[in-house]
Design a protein around this ligand. Sequence first.
Ligand SMILES: [Zn+2]
Ligand SMILES: [Zn+2]
Ligand SMILES: [Zn+2]
Length: 106
Amino acid sequence: MSDKAALEFGCPYVPAYSNRCNRLKGESGFCSQHTGIKCCVCGKQATNECNETGQFVCGARLCDDCEGYREKGPSGAWGLLNHDHREKPPEKRRSVIVPMTKDHIS
Ligand SMILES: [Zn+2]
Ligand SMILES: [Zn+2]
Ligand SMILES: [Zn+2]
């Protein structure tokens, strides 16, 4: 138990098609390289990169609450034509407590 959290390894950032970064992390909980990287959807600290692949890997920065998705239809020459990013629906988010609904009672 100490206050020296600044000298811990284990940056949780996961680059596209890579393993978790795991470098020395600072007060932000991320390493210096990944601190301040913003989610392309909501602007929060990004934690991973989009793995969607067409002719290339999308690699967009995403936080825990956002995801890449693909709409139905042709994917286009670059393979990412119908691919975009959005906030996850509430039930898929980790940081949001999903309110209880009355549906399961009936
Ligand atoms: Zn990192
Ligand atoms: Zn986000
Ligand atoms: Zn993407």
